[in-house]
Design a protein around this ligand. Structure first.
Ligand code: SF4
Length: 419
């Protein structure tokens, strides 16, 4: 009925514990609290009251998973939802789509895999390469398996953090602003993205600013709408903003599922580059469950490429055990912490009156309704590689689009909140 309601305390027993080490530390919980829709509202109010030369340019980057969840909740098409959300968020200055930055993450993952494949004889940890876009998985890997697992993790930044570099790097230059005069907000399907944005690796010491200043979840956008008394369905649509300027008229996505399609893109690219094989449709073979599937490329009975996707901590733990026993047969694994992947992230909206399975299927249908683009064919991406990064595979591209991981000593990880 629109009234605040005190919720009951959640009960977590030892039976619920997956020993995933995903619990966050007290220091991390402070960083997470600094990022909320309340913080965003305060910033916007302060910004309006500030003198012109002190005002920040506010940029919001919306993830495609969040948009699908909001569209399903508000019973809208995806383009319609994106255009209406742009109007609603127009108290900020620009609203971008992280599908654009995901092109860079996919392209860099593809190239990184080929480099590692060539190195496998000299470097025993070059393969399997494990995907890096999920901070829930990264957090677990660093805290639980540290230096054993880290060399296997792709160094490619996630779409959120590539967007951070684009906004505070390229876009700031175009606007003739230092990075700290831009306040960059992302809308994401999970809370783990708040932790990712808070990593010291994504903090600019020179300007004392983060690449992503504030992450809010899809559910928090819904709260913002409710607090403003706005129904998204009633909002007029606005043209979409694009990083290179001009208005966007359509949305696109990537093939390979709601977590970004890393497996499919790396698989196709590797098949072509390493073996000269063009892959048509990809056949997934389910293993123990639908969240653990594998894909192979064979020629004359010989397995050339063996890839898998492992979603959810139970499957991740199985994968890590295989690796530890030296019995992991894969060249690449798309690892995601949430069962069913990012469309089912903990920050997504749960629809009312429908079972969670049906609601997830509805979000998946919407997400998959878009045209799938091929990153290599995106002209704006190609242009940015040339103009901003100095070309494909340049030293600057490696520096800007890749990151590092850090083993965490277990003794230092005093736990406070179950994530
Ligand atoms: Fe976030 Fe879950 Fe996606 Fe990982 S799988 S990035 S935790 S929504």
């Amino acid at each position: 009925e629109g009234e605040a309601q005190k919720l009951e305390k959640a009960r977590v027993t030892l039976d619920d514990c997956l020993a995933c080490s995903g619990c966050i530390t007290s220091a991390e919980s402070v960083l997470v609290r600094q990022q909320s829709h309340g913080e965003l509202r305060s910033l916007l109010a302060l910004n309006r009251a500030a003198a012109a030369h002190e005002q920040k340019l506010v940029v919001v980057s919306v993830s495609p998973q969040s948009r699908a969840s909001l569209a399903a909740r508000c019973k809208l098409g995806l383009l319609e939802a994106a255009q209406k959300l742009t109007t609603f968020l127009k108290s900020v200055h620009y609203v971008f789509d992280t599908t654009f930055s995901r092109n860079f993450s996919l392209l860099e993952s593809q190239q990184e895999f080929v480099r590692r494949f060539h190195k496998q004889a000299d470097d025993k940890k070059a393969l399997p390469m494990l995907a890096s876009a999920c901070p829930g998985w990264i957090c677990y890997a660093e805290k639980t398996h540290g230096s054993f697992i880290i060399p296997h993790i792709s160094t490619t930044k996630s779409p959120q953090q590539v967007m951070g570099s684009l906004v505070k790097g390229y876009f700031a230059e175009q606007q003739h602003l230092p990075p700290d005069r831009i306040y960059h907000v992302t809308v994401m399907p999970c809370y783990d993205k708040k932790l990712e944005a808070s990593r010291p690796d994504f903090f600019n010491q020179e300007y004392q600013t983060r690449d992503v200043d504030c992450v809010i979840t899809t559910g928090e956008v819904l709260k913002l709408l409710e607090q403003e008394g706005v129904s998204l369905a009633d909002v007029d649509p606005a043209p979409l903003d694009t990083l290179l300027g001009g208005a966007g008229t359509e949305l696109s996505s990537h093939a390979g599922g709601g977590s970004g399609g890393y497996l499919e893109h790396v698989f196709r690219h590797a098949a072509q580059q390493l073996f000269g094989i063009h892959v048509g449709s990809i056949h997934y073979k389910p293993l123990k469950n639908k969240d653990f599937q594998e894909v192979t490329l064979e020629r004359d009975g010989e397995v050339l490429l063996h890839f898998a996707l492992a979603y959810g901590f139970r499957n991740i733990q199985n994968l890590v055990q295989k690796l530890k026993r030296g019995k992991c047969p894969y060249h690449y694994v798309e690892v995601m912490a949430c069962p069913s992947g990012c469309l089912n992230g903990g920050g997504q909206i749960r629809l009312e009156g429908e079972s969670s399975k049906e609601e997830l299927q509805q979000v998946e249908r919407l997400y998959e309704s878009l045209r799938a683009e091929i990153p290599e064919e995106n002209q704006a991406v190609g242009e940015l590689y040339e103009r901003w990064l100095g070309g494909w595979g340049s030293a600057r591209a490696l520096e800007v689009l890749h990151t590092r991981y850090h083993a965490v000593e277990r003794a230092n990880s005093a736990l406070s909140i179950k994530w």
